[in-house]
Unconditional design. Structure first.
Length: 280
């Protein structure tokens, strides 16, 4: 994988029209990121049948919400609806896609072939998989484009995705199922860790509120340490583990037969299979 370079041109220089189809949690996070990076609200069109109050409020800043008039000069269309809704939504997206339009989809499991079939085989399409830390600007997104994506369109896609975190590109779309299983679904695994650590603390005798705080701050702090440190995860783990100590005793359980490594490998495999099933 090659990491996308940070854009040298701020989004405030975006001169045409950007259409966001779907403004739920992820679409809303992207919208917030674009505005924070200087994208002119008047250049944004949001198509969302059930807009939240926060999205409605953006209309007062100039964002065009569900306009009835024709949308002109569409440079990019970002599709952020649930994959199950795609068959119903895509016919309404097609009229906004011209020969020079970038289509950026963040729908899980929906392939480039599906998008080409429902839009146009000539469409420039980027399929991307972000994750929920995008809500705080700390997401990670992996993207792949079809052969119609020009260099300037790839850069635009990187700029739009970089508003919610880091961006990686791959050339093999088949990797996207595993990407979905690792980083797309990954935050749920981390939240489950915090949940289980809380329960374990309570079972060990801690007051519930203290167990919640300890688990939450330990997971968050460890993640931040991993983010900032040049050391890899294995080394950081080893640095916490004294021979014969309390951590070693716990890891003997977690790293034993049928332990954390085995379970997580099985979990990622199950999520990968499900992603392929969703793609049909």
């Amino acid at each position: 994988m090659k990491r996308a370079q940070k854009s040298k041109e701020p989004l405030r220089k975006f001169a045409c029209t950007l259409v966001l189809v779907g403004a739920g949690k992820m679409g809303g996070a992207m919208l917030d990121g674009w505005l924070a990076r200087g994208l002119n609200p008047k250049k944004i069109v949001v198509l969302e049948p059930q807009p939240a109050k926060a999205i409605k409020a953006l209309a007062r800043r100039g964002v065009r919400l569900n306009p009835k008039s024709k949308i002109a000069s569409t440079t990019a269309v970002v599709i952020a609806v649930k994959p199950q809704s795609a068959p119903d939504v895509m016919p309404s997206v097609a009229p906004h896609v011209g020969k020079a339009t970038l289509v950026l989809s963040i729908m899980a499991g929906r392939t480039i072939a599906f998008l080409e079939k429902t839009l146009s085989s000539d469409a420039a399409i980027v399929r991307a998989m972000p994750n929920t830390p995008a809500a705080v600007g700390r997401g990670i997104t992996v993207a792949v484009g079809n052969r119609k994506v020009a260099a300037r369109q790839r850069k635009l896609a990187s700029d739009l995705l970089a508003a919610i975190g880091k961006v990686e590109w791959v050339t093999d779309e088949r990797l996207m199922d595993a990407v979905t299983a690792v980083s797309g679904s990954g935050p749920a695994y981390i939240f489950l860790l915090a949940e289980c650590l809380t329960k374990a603390g309570i079972a060990a005798g801690l007051p519930a509120d203290l167990a919640v705080t300890l688990a939450r701050e330990t997971v968050a702090g460890s993640g931040e340490l991993l983010h900032r440190s040049p050391l890899d995860a294995a080394t950081l783990r080893q640095n916490v583990t004294s021979p014969g100590g309390t951590t070693a005793a716990a890891l003997e359980v977690l790293m034993g037969p049928g332990g954390f490594d085995t379970l997580l490998t099985q979990a990622v495999a199950a999520a990968t299979r499900r992603s392929r099933e969703l793609a049909g």
